[in-house]
Design a protein around this ligand. Structure first.
Ligand code: SOE
Length: 380
C-alpha cells in the first residue's frame, strides 16, 4: 500500500536549505518510514534563485512570499531554514495555520521569541522540531545510551568547545546573504547563538539542566562595512563566548566558542568525566568515541577509540557495511527519519520547540552574565 505523503514547504535556500533538502531525499530511501516525503515548494525572495534551487533539488514549485506558502492547502510541513530574524514570525503563522513546523537553530533570537513559538505550536498541537543536528551523530547517540545506562556513574565534569576561524579578516563585511550571522539584528547574537547553542543543546540532552552560568564575551572587530548599506557599522555580535556553569546534577562545566581560532574550521568537541568512566567526542573525527572505563581490569585499563560503524551502533545498520563511515549530512537525514517515525507512533521527536527554548534560556543567561559580569540563574 502506498504510504501517506507529507509535503514539505521549505523557506530559505542557503546552506541549511541544502542540508534539509538532502535529508528529505535520503531519509525515505535509507530508513523504513511510515510516510513518504513530497518536495512541494521552496520559498525565497529571489524567484530566479528559488527556481534554480527547486530544479536542482527536485521541488515542484516556488513561492516568493512565505505567507503564500503557509496558505497553501498542499503543504503539510513548513521547514524554516531562513535567517534567525525570520524564525519567530513564520513559525507562529505556520502553527496557527495547522502546519507541522521544523525550524533551524537557534529557535528564536532570544528566549522571548522562542517562548512565543513554543506557545504557538503547543496551542495548535502541531508536531514541531528544531534542527540541532549534532544530537544525531551515531557516536553522540551511543554516548547518550552509555550515560543513561549509568556506565559513567556520577558525573563530575562536562567540557566543550566549538572553534572556527572564518571572521578574522577586518575586511569581511557584515549583513546580507551569507554574512547575516555577523549582523546582530538578524542573528540575535554571535557565536553564543550560532555555535555555543549546539554545545548547549547537546549538553542539556546528555547531562540534564544547567542551573547557573558565569560568562565572558568579546567582539574583536568593532566595526565592519554593512553589505546592505555600504556604511561602516558597529559590530554588535559576540565574536567569542566562554562560560562556566553548574548543572542541576552537581557537575561543573566549561563552554567555549569563537570564530577567531586560526586553523580551526568547525572543531566541536565535548568531554564528560564520571566516577566510573570518561568519554571524548570530536566533530573532526565524528565516527569515533574515545572511551575510558575504570571498571576494566586494571592491567588493561586505557583509552579506547571506538569506531562507530558497526550494525549495532545507532543508525548504522541503515547505511553501508561495518567499517564504512558516514558524515555530517547524515545527522540531518537521521533527524528526518526520527521525526517521521515518531509521527507515525503519535509521538513528538526531540528536540522539540520546548527543548529549543531551553537552549535559548541558557544563551540568554550567558549573554546577560557577560554584560553584568555576575553569575546568572538560568530561567525556564
Ligand atoms: C556557522 O559557520 C555554522 O554554519 C553554524 O551556523 C552551524 O549551525 C554549525 O553546525 C556549523 O557552523
Amino acid at each position: 500500500m502506498a504510504k501517506k505523503k507529507l509535503n514539505v514547504g521549505l523557506v530559505g535556500y542557503g546552506f541549511m536549505g541544502r542540508t534539509h533538502s538532502n535529508a528529505y531525499r535520503q531519509a525515505p530511501v535509507f530508513f523504513d518510514l511510515p510516510y513518504s516525503i513530497g518536495l512541494k515548494a521552496v520559498c525565497a525572495r529571489n524567484p530566479e534563485r528559488a527556481q534554480a534551487f527547486a530544479d536542482n533539488w527536485g521541488y515542484e514549485s516556488i513561492e516568493s512570499d512565505w505567507r503564500k506558502l503557509i496558505d497553501r492547502k498542499d503543504i503539510d510541513i513548513v521547514d524554516i531554514a531562513s535567517p534567525n530574524d525570520t524564525h519567530h514570525e513564520i513559525a507562529i503563522a505556520a502553527a496557527k495555520a495547522g502546519k507541522m513546523v521544523l525550524c533551524e537553530k537557534p529557535l528564536g533570537r532570544n528566549a522571548k521569541e522562542a517562548k512565543a513559538m513554543v506557545d504557538a505550536v503547543e496551542a495548535a498541537k502541531v508536531a514541531n522540531m528544531v534542527w540541532y543536528n549534532y544530537r544525531r551523530v551515531p557516536a553522540v547517540v551511543l554516548l547518550k545510551h552509555l550515560i543513561d545506562e549509568g556506565r559513567l556513574g556520577k558525573i563530575f565534569h562536562y567540557r566543550t568547545k566549538f572553534l572556527q576561524d572564518w571572521t578574522i579578516s577586518q575586511d569581511l563585511p557584515q549583513g546580507g546573504e551569507g554574512l547575516w550571522r555577523l549582523d546582530a539584528s538578524v542573528a540575535g547574537s554571535g557565536v553564543t547563538g550560532d555555535l555555543l547553542a549546539h554545545n548547549i543543546d547537546t549538553a542539556l540532552w546528555l547531562n540534564g539542566g544547567i542551573s547557573e552560568v558565569v560568562a565572558m564575551t568579546e567582539t574583536f572587530i568593532k566595526a565592519r562595512k554593512h553589505n546592505l548599506t555600504g556604511e561602516m557599522t558597529p559590530v554588535n555580535i559576540d565574536d567569542a563566548s566562554l562560560f562556566l556553569c553548574r548543572f542541576a546534577n552537581g557537575s561543573l562545566a566549561s563552554f567555549e566558542a569563537t570564530r577567531y581560532a586560526r586553523g580551526h574550521k568547525a572543531l566541536y568537541t565535548l568531554e564528560i568525566n564520571g566516577e566510573k568512566a570518561s568519554a571524548i567526542w570530536d566533530l573532526h573525527d565524528l565516527h569515533r568515541l574515545q572511551w575510558f572505563d575504570h571498571t576494566d581490569e586494571g592491567r588493561l585499563r586505557g583509552w579506547r577509540s571506538i569506531h562507530i560503524t558497526d550494525s549495532d551502533h545507532p543508525y548504522m545498520k541503515n547505511w553501508w557495511v561495518p567499517g564504512l563511515q558516514i558524515g555530517y549530512e547524515h545527522t540531518f537525514t537521521h533527524q528526518v527519519a526520527d521525526f517521521l517515525k515518531a509521527l507515525g507512533e503519535g509521538k513528538q521527536a526531540a528536540p522539540t520547540f520546548r527543548d529549543g527554548l531551553a537552549a535559548d534560556y541558557v544563551t540568554d543567561a550567558v549573554l546577560e552574565s557577560a554584560k553584568s559580569r555576575q553569575w546568572q540563574k538560568v530561567l525556564g
